[in-house]
Design a protein around this ligand. Structure first.
Ligand SMILES: [Zn+2]
Length: 308
């Protein structure tokens, strides 16, 4: 049984202007690297479907979903927040990105794929219940998780977020939802300046200072994430896979290297093997310098599909 690789060409038609870091080339950089390294030979490619408004409304307010879909510009760009804008193809790309998480959920829960990687954009973890921000429109991973909980009837799902930025959107959606345990590590003092407040027992947020480096990152995983994950015993694990904590990515300053992404994925897979038959669904979030992004994503996927 092969892992699922879920993507769509429509995700490359959304762009936010020349020199914007969240650019279409991010997806081809990852896809090319996975191909060259032979990892796509171990995966089955699926086209991401369009998420339905009903699926999106499990993570967002129905009114917000309608607002985003109906505010698609006919031409040019429409500014949504200071660094987030829509072009005429954004809505379709955002629906595909969220739809990928839904498809991944269906495949993995049905036992048709052991794990899945959603190579999609726009990313999602900054999108709140009723707000687009930080390059994000719909919270892809949250839409997938609510699909697993509300449609498939799972009772405990974990969300791992190692993007350098705190996943404020995921926290906003899942705070108070005891069916979800969110474990994040992010850089303090960085956009969106959240994560420092205790918002409930289902949020394990670990803020690290700039230039903390690999040892501090790994120590946080071992000390804070793994005990919480083992106590929670998830039935399925999702990953908000952002690669912008890499030392060659100028979006953050944590100073991680390719091997850290391999290592953290190994830790997640071990938890998944202990509790949920190895079931892990990963969705791309950040990562903006193409070479380290592609290398780090490749290191992550290699472990995710058991090719390490
Ligand atoms: Zn990020």
């Amino acid at each position: 049984m092969l892992a699922a690789y879920i993507t769509h060409a429509d995700c490359t038609r959304h762009e936010m202007g020349a020199h914007h870091p969240e650019c279409p080339e991010r997806l081809s950089a990852i896809g090319d690297r996975l191909l060259i390294k032979g990892l796509l030979d171990h995966m089955i490619r699926h086209d991401a479907p369009l998420a339905t408004e009903e699926q999106l409304a499990r993570a967002h307010s129905a009114l917000y979903v309608r607002e985003i879909i109906s505010s698609s510009p006919a031409e040019g760009h429409r500014q949504v927040d200071p660094d987030t804008r829509m072009n005429p193809f954004t809505v379709t790309a955002a629906l595909r990105a969220a739809g990928a998480a839904v498809r991944a959920t269906d495949l993995v829960i049905a036992g048709e794929a052991p794990t899945a990687f959603c190579c999609v954009r726009p990313p999602g973890h900054h999108a709140e219940h009723a707000a687009a921000m930080g390059f994000c429109f719909f919270n892809n991973v949250a839409v997938g998780i609510r699909h697993a909980l509300d449609v498939h009837g799972l009772q405990r799902v974990a969300l791992i977020d190692f993007d350098v930025h705190h996943g404020n959107g995921s926290e906003d959606i899942f705070r108070g939802d005891d069916r979800v345990l969110m474990c994040s590590i992010y850089e303090r003092g960085l956009y969106p300046f959240s994560g420092e407040d205790a918002v409930g027992p289902n949020m394990v947020n670990v803020g690290l200072n700039a230039r903390s480096g690999s040892d501090a990152f790994r120590d946080a995983v071992l000390t804070h994430w793994l005990p919480a994950l083992d106590a929670f015993a998830p039935q399925l694990i999702y990953v908000s896979a952002g690669f912008d904590a890499h030392r060659d990515d100028d979006m953050g300053n944590l100073g991680l290297v390719d091997a850290d992404y391999e290592w953290v994925t190994q830790q997640v897979m071990k938890v998944a093997q202990r509790h949920c038959n190895g079931r892990v669904i990963s969705c791309l979030e950040g990562g903006y310098v193409l070479s380290p992004l592609a290398r780090s994503a490749c290191a992550h996927v290699k472990v995710l599909i058991g090719a390490d």
